[in-house]
Design a protein around this ligand. Structure first.
Ligand code: GLU
Length: 459
């Protein structure tokens, strides 16, 4: 345990240089779960010290995304851009004790050195032997050459040879820290007990440990989460599936499904249980059950979770959530009937705009050939539609059961395909759709008869 720190305090420290990423969202979730499980605090810090790459719209997207997932934080959002005076104090301290220095090598010299090292197949690093007098150039840390060992709560013992690091840069000037120094100062100032973040940061950890030591600050515990991989086992990127939470949100994935899916992307409960609410996750979560190996992102699995949550939803609520994907100003009762029909087969909410289009169109267009079942003659299809029209106009109660009871005997007599296929196509205009009785119940008598007439005319 980090010296003297017993209270659990974790943080999420996204850089607002892109849309809220699925990897960042998963790290946010794990930090949240760890904090809530241990009755600790969860802090949100926006790492916007790179002013050129940081954008307000990305910050907004990240914060909105975290809220949408329902992962409330306790302190923050703090912004690095508002903390320059704090960094100045630490940078001055390092400079004063000669643990940091202004490096006066030019960009060209550094690049030449890097090229030569790469040619010799050495890890690129810069060790400065020239003492810069002027207070200009980048500020570097005089890194002690020693082995750094730390215990990662997920990966176990991790060792780094620090001669590989060189005198790494830590600040652009006395008030602008680079990532490694900024993160150390902030994590120390915010009394972070556990740093839980993606494995892509593991190579930064030895640098950070050296800075903690140089500044005489308590070192937190570290837990590096496995990378999220695409199905080909390379690091997940846009090439595979979307990586931005916004896109999943816009396509109609529910936050509860995203949470459940992401929780199991690197962590397992040790049982067969798959469906977890956020509260259940808080109860079950532990760092011990996070795997070391990469976690493969499987869109089918996400779809499965989403469909499970869609099925569980009450119809009123689901209908409301579907409204953005349905035509404007739909009648709510009608929309609800349509949604009820789709609820069981929906994988994501946005699907509903395609699958139910025909319910909202007044003027369906028919391909005449589609109205004809197999080798049936067009005349026969026409006659069957007329027969159906007549029969249906006599039915008062347009509920599924009555319709089925009245029409099925005719289908037995004239052939199921021959009668029900033209009927279903007349109602929907489509090759595939829900069955004709369900569709007629939703459409109602008037629309049904109108559609039959129109299809008949198309033949
Ligand atoms: N700002 C860093 C990032 O976005 C934070 C890394 C960390 O958690 O230390 O990746």
């Amino acid at each position: 345990m980090a010296s003297g720190q017993t209270k659990i305090r974790v943080r999420m420290a996204p850089s607002p240089t892109g849309l809220f990423h699925i990897g960042t969202a998963r790290s946010t979730l794990y930090n949240y779960l760890f904090a809530r499980k241990n009755k600790g605090k969860f802090i949100l810090r926006i790492e916007d010290s790179d002013l050129e790459r940081s954008k307000k719209e990305y910050e907004d997207d990240i914060i909105e995304g975290i809220k949408w997932l329902g992962l409330d934080w306790d302190e923050g959002p703090f912004r690095q851009s508002a903390r320059t005076e704090i960094y100045r104090k630490y940078i001055k301290k390092l400079l004063a004790s000669d643990q940091a220095f202004y490096c006066d090598h030019s960009q060209e010299e550094l690049e030449k050195e890097k090229r030569e090292q790469m040619e010799k197949k050495e890890a690129p690093k810069h060790i400065c032997h020239r003492k810069g007098k002027a207070k200009k150039g980048i500020i570097r840390f005089r890194a002690p050459r020693e082995k750094i060992v730390f215990n990662d709560l997920i990966r176990g013992k991790v060792e780094f040879e620090s001669d590989l690091l060189g005198d790494f840069s830590i600040a652009k000037d006395e008030k602008t820290p680079l990532y490694n120094l900024g993160v150390v100062v902030d994590d120390a100032e915010m009394k972070i007990s556990h740093v839980i973040r993606g494995e892509d940061h593991i190579s930064n950890t030895p640098k950070q440990i050296l800075l903690y030591r140089a500044l005489d600050l308590a070192i937190p515990e570290f837990a590096h989460l496995p990378l999220i991989l695409g199905p080909d086992r390379s690091k997940m990127s846009k090439r595979h599936d979307s990586v931005s939470i916004r896109q999943y949100r816009e396509e109609g994935y529910l936050p509860s499904a995203m949470i459940n899916f992401m929780a199991l992307l690197g962590w397992n409960p040790g049982t067969e249980k798959e469906i977890f609410s956020l509260d259940e996750l808080v109860k079950e979560f532990s760092l011990e059950r996070i795997h070391k190996g990469g976690a493969i992102f499987d869109l089918d699995r996400l779809n499965w979770f989403n469909s499970q949550y869609i099925r569980q939803m009450n119809l009123d609520e689901l209908t409301k959530k579907c409204l953005p994907y349905l035509p404007k100003d739909v009648d709510l009762d009608y929309a609800q009937k349509v949604v009820a029909l789709e609820q069981e087969r929906m994988k994501k909410l946005s699907q509903i705009s395609e699958t139910t289009k025909f319910f909202f169109e007044d003027d369906l267009k028919y391909e005449p050939e589609l109205l004809i079942w197999k080798k049936m003659a067009s005349k026969e299809a026409k006659a069957n539609l007329e027969l159906l029209e007549k029969k249906l106009s006599e039915i008062e109660n347009f509920d599924r059961e009555t319709l089925e009871n009245e029409i099925m005997p005719l289908a037995e007599k004239y052939g199921k395909g021959e009668l029900l296929w033209p009927l279903r196509v007349a109602l929907t205009g489509q090759r595939a759709s829900p069955g004709p009785f369900e569709v007629m119940e939703v459409l109602g008598k008037e629309k049904t008869l109108k559609r039959l007439k129109k299809a008949n005319n198309a033949l």
